[in-house]
Design a protein around this ligand. Structure first.
Ligand SMILES: [Zn+2]
Ligand SMILES: [Zn+2]
Length: 369
């Protein structure tokens, strides 16, 4: 029998989300689980669908930082049971060269599975109340809804005593910033790190760098975010400060070993390179929309630049690690979260866009119809 429940549906690239009834005609197939969503974070990538130039199909249910309770499994090979608490992360095929090499964020099918409509098997089972087609799945989950069907591969089991509704952003935004610092850079005690942009990803990087014992400088244009970054252990510098690269070099004993840009700003990326010491590494996480002009000499003396996806993380390893740090009081991600009922999703987007909230988390009311 079909499951009917509420979901936030986006029908046009410049329209508002509308919470409406949707239908799931059949339960989880082999390898999948059905999850009752406790909360789902809003990430920049959800909002970037509006600028996807038609590549992310609509109408769709977005949301890719879900956490919830397993209510039904598609069999024992899922390794999960009804009642398990799970954090949902990005999707990957599990079979390509990078998946086999423990780098699922670079899965050959990453864009198809996560951004451009999802797995197409059983696509017709997910519809609106009138039977109209919806994009089959967003990031393997479509969790701005009461329920989500997800590949068990993306569901990370967590301790049921944790505040489940707040954990979803550990599956993408917080994982991205923390993974870049802990995995991509391998930051250790006494290392120096500059973080450009103190949103959810940047502040997760600051928390991870502080937890690792690094000297951290955070750059942003919003004073409230700079204050947050300071509270989380960084020295804060306004992005409009005169001589920004020199200021960062001064604060990092001659130049940062690592810099993470979360802004995609050409100026800040070049400033970050000028703030690096020789052999320093700049990681980019934002999508660039045009060619990046680099200043002459920007990569001299062994400096390098790379794009980092999902913090190079294996979610099943990094999510529990971040939860362990949170329990030890060293990764206080919950301080960055503001919760909204799912019905207030448009207000959440507005507050996120305006920089008033670092990480909105939407809480569905969970009543199946
Ligand atoms: Zn793969
Ligand atoms: Zn995301």
């Amino acid at each position: 029998m079909a499951l009917r429940f509420d979901a936030a549906v986006l029908r046009s690239y410049d329209g508002r989300f509308a919470v409406e009834e949707v239908a799931l005609e059949s339960g989880p197939a082999g390898g999948e689980v059905l999850v009752r969503v406790a909360g789902s974070g809003m990430c920049r990538t959800d909002l970037a669908v509006r600028r996807s130039a038609g590549r992310s199909p609509l109408p769709a249910v977005l949301g890719h930082e879900g956490a919830g309770v397993v209510v039904e499994t598609g069999g024992p090979d899922t390794g999960l049971s009804a009642g398990d608490h799970v954090v949902l992360s990005f999707d990957s095929c599990g079979r390509c060269r990078n998946c086999r090499g423990a780098a699922p964020a670079y899965c050959d099918s990453f864009a198809t599975l996560n951004l451009f409509g999802g797995r197409t098997d059983d696509a017709a089972r997910f519809t609106d109340a009138a039977g109209g087609a919806l994009a089959p799945r967003w990031f393997g989950q479509s969790s701005f809804a009461d329920y989500a069907v997800v590949p068990a591969r993306n569901a990370v089991p967590v301790d049921p005593s944790l505040p489940l509704e707040l954990l979803g952003p550990l599956g993408c935004g917080f994982l991205t910033g923390a993974g870049a610092v802990l995995h991509s850079f391998g930051v250790g005690a006494g290392d120096t790190v500059a973080v450009l942009g103190a949103g959810a990803v940047g502040l997760a990087a600051v928390m991870a760098a502080t937890a690792a014992g690094a000297v951290t400088v955070a750059v942003d244009r919003y004073p409230e975010r700079l204050a947050l970054a300071e509270r989380l252990g960084a020295t804060a510098v306004h992005s409009a400060a005169a001589g920004l690269p020199g200021r960062i070099r001064q604060l990092t004993d001659g130049g940062a070993q690592y810099a993470l840009d979360t802004t995609g700003s050409e100026r800040l990326i070049n400033d970050a390179l000028r703030a690096l010491r020789p052999r320093g590494h700049l990681g980019l996480v934002a999508r660039l929309h045009r060619p990046l002009p680099l200043e002459v000499g920007a990569l001299d003396r062994g400096r390098r630049i790379s794009h980092i996806c999902e913090g190079d993380a294996v979610p099943g390893l990094l999510v529990p690690r971040l939860i362990g740090l949170w329990r030890a009081g060293r990764f206080p991600f919950d301080e960055l979260i503001v919760t909204y009922p799912l019905g207030a999703i448009n207000e959440a987007e507005r507050d996120c866009d305006a920089g008033r909230v670092v990480k909105p988390v939407l809480i569905p009311d969970g009543r199946a119809r």
